[in-house]
Design a protein around this ligand. Structure first.
Ligand code: HEC
Length: 202
């Protein structure tokens, strides 16, 4: 058994060393192949502390205290709405949720970005085109509008890493993808009982 464990350890150490070398190669390939264009500049390739931790190869042991403190940092940095109002206009929110434009080299930076929620979530049940990387949010408004629910949803949209460090969802507030008003409108789209998200399918 001991020999087996030692063998596994050697294999792991070797594969981590191989990864470290491969990571340098990968960086070089990325730097050489990414072409900066318009608003898509080379700084798109820079990873922050969360992205670096979350891009570690599968199986690499990461320090739990480091991960917990990264998550706590993200939670502490969340900015709640200045006027304490979480809910905007669900009709405008529907547009934000369905808009997949923004931040690409071919997009006009003067135009507002979209949230592209349908790329990953089902929302209004009458919309048939949606991605399934994220859970269905149809009927989300049934969770109600308690202060806790409003804060939870806002925080999830502002910076999903505050709850789930390696979440695949964009950090809409923290990265300035959506404005405070757009976030309020999307909140209403999720939570307003009149929003199509909360209507039964025809
Ligand atoms: C690139 C994919 C992606 C996009 C785009 C995306 N999400 Fe998500 N979202 C996820 C994933 C994956 C989860 C579940 C895992 C997690 O918690 O990170 C999630 C979780 C959520 C949750 C929590 C669900 C729950 O049951 O509590 C909410 C709310 C949410 N997303 C709303 C939105 C809204 C609104 C938008 C658009 C403004 C959006 N998401 C855009 C991937 C995405």
């Amino acid at each position: 058994m001991k020999a087996l464990i030692a063998g596994v350890n050697i294999a792991l150490t070797a594969s981590l060393a191989a990864w470290t070398m491969a990571a340098d190669d990968i960086n070089a390939v990325l730097q050489n192949s990414f072409v900066a264009k318009n608003q898509a500049t080379m700084d798109r390739l820079e990873r922050d502390a969360v992205q670096t931790a979350c891009s570690a190869p599968r199986g690499m042991l990461l320090d739990n205290d480091m991960l917990a403190s990264l998550r706590a940092e993200r939670l502490a940095a969340v900015v709640l709405p200045a006027d304490g109002e979480y809910l905007g206009d669900w009709q405008r929110g529907a547009e934000v949720a369905g808009n997949g434009r923004g931040l690409q080299s071919s997009d006009d930076p003067a135009q507002p970005n979209g949230g592209n929620c349908y790329a990953c979530h089902q929302l209004a049940p009458d919309k048939v085109a949606y991605g399934t990387l994220g859970p269905s949010l149809t009927g989300y408004g049934a969770r109600g509008q308690s202060e806790a629910m409003l804060q939870y949803t806002w925080t999830k949209l502002w910076d999903t890493h505050a709850y789930n460090l390696c979440s695949h969802m964009p950090r809409f507030g923290a990265q300035g993808i959506l404005t405070e008003q757009q976030l309020k409108d999307v909140m209403a789209y999720l939570l307003d009982p009149a929003s199509p998200v909360n209507q039964a399918a025809e």
